[in-house]
Design a protein around this ligand. Structure first.
Ligand code: CP3
Length: 345
């Protein structure tokens, strides 16, 4: 199907663009009353994720209501560990919780890499197909997965954590087990992402939300090694690597075969552009908290970020997911400011 707006794909490939494309991480859900209305008709988050028609509906909401340049499929990174054998619950106000965790070799039976993707994750693929049919080419659809290190963190810890110390402990006490588990997650993730592309995803993003808790050397060994494998296996569509907090690894990330490097708000766009040159697109990176400011200030902060760009190779986004209590009007101001900004490159 022909895309009416392929700006984000061109920006990812470093091709010419008329203006910077813009979307928001976590745009599907949370901030929109229209999302909460759909969610309240169902038993909870998981039912929404697992019901393709409704998942497609909330995927399209930000395209209709916020006028973003891309949709991101409504799902979660935790569908992968679940497909491998670790069931999770999403507990209201608390977040994910796994009854079983992976802490020793005998637990590896709950981390099965030999799974049939269509069988276990077919509901996501169906949501992608329905979304594209309903979008009718208005904007590209982004597919995604968690990066192996972040998925490993949830499989070992069993829940969110400030330090993920059980996960980091395993790197020192049983690195062979850690590599085995990371390898299995990587295998499944490659097949899952390829299936998303086949179902219709125009672009992919890897979320490494917990990259920043590892030192540079450990991130190279337990994080980037597996990200590289994934990036090398995907040549169908542009791919973004978002390694939150991995400031000292940005150069190494840019050296993988990804198209786009996602930046969090602590990362300095100018310094990173100088470091990596023009060969990769940068995505980001307004502080999500900037959207709590007045409309005038949101505008000012957004223009300040745009003025720091010295290249056309940018996809505008926040430096992390949009916070649940942000006023959608502020999001609209952010998006409008990006769309009205005159490109200098
Ligand atoms: O970006 C989008 O809008 C698409 C959907 C999406 C969700 N989760 C839906 C969701 C995406 C891309 C994710 C990614 C995700 N999930 C990450 C990586 C990005 C990041 O924020 O760092 C992580 C770490 C998770 C795991 C997860 N899912 C947690 C820790 C939680 C609870 C806390 C929270 O963020 O709300 C979730 C739940 C979740 N995933 C919600 C949504 C809309 C909220 C559930 C609800 O509706 O109550």
């Amino acid at each position: 199907m022909n895309l009416k707006n392929d700006l984000i794909l061109r920006a990812a490939r470093g091709e010419s663009i008329e203006r910077y494309p813009v979307w928001l991480m976590r745009q599907a859900g949370r901030i929109l009353p229209e999302y909460r209305a759909v969610r309240s008709q169902l038993s909870g988050f998981k039912e929404l994720v697992e019901t393709p028609e409704r998942a497609a509906e909330v995927t399209i909401q930000p395209v209709d209501l916020l006028d973003v340049d891309a949709a991101i499929i409504f799902s979660d990174i935790l569908v992968v560990p679940e497909a491998m054998g670790l069931e999770y619950q999403m507990i209201e106000q608390k977040g994910p919780w796994f009854e079983q965790t992976i802490r020793s070799e005998e637990h590896l039976k709950f981390a099965d890499a030999n799974i049939d993707i269509d069988d276990r994750l077919g509901y996501v693929l169906e949501a992608i197909r329905i979304t594209n049919k309903e979008l009718n080419g208005r904007v590209p659809l982004i597919g995604f997965a968690g990066a192996p290190w972040t998925i490993f963190c949830y499989m070992v810890e069993g829940r969110g954590s400030k330090t993920f110390s059980e996960s980091r402990k395993l790197l020192y006490t049983n690195s062979a087990l850690a590599h085995e588990l990371l390898g299995r997650i990587t295998d499944v993730t490659i097949r899952y992402l390829k299936a998303q592309v086949k179902a219709g995803a125009h672009m992919l993003q890897l979320f490494d939300s917990w990259a920043g808790i590892l030192g540079t050397e450990q991130y190279a060994e337990f994080g980037l090694k597996y990200i590289s494998k994934i990036v090398d296996a995907i040549d169908e569509v542009p791919l973004t690597v978002f390694s939150k907090g991995a400031i000292t690894s940005v150069e190494a990330i840019a050296k993988t075969n990804c198209n786009t490097v996602g930046l969090d708000w602590n990362m300095d766009v100018v310094a990173i552009r100088n470091l990596i040159g023009e060969s990769r697109t940068l995505q980001g990176n307004l502080d999500p908290c900037a959207l709590y400011a007045s409309e005038k200030e949101v505008e000012r902060q957004t223009v300040k970020m745009l003025d720091s760009f010295t290249s056309k190779r940018h996809i505008v986004n926040l430096g992390h997911g949009v916070y649940p209590d942000i006023d959608p009007e502020k999001v609209k101001t952010f998006i409008k400011t990006v769309k009205n900004y005159e490109l200098r490159y």
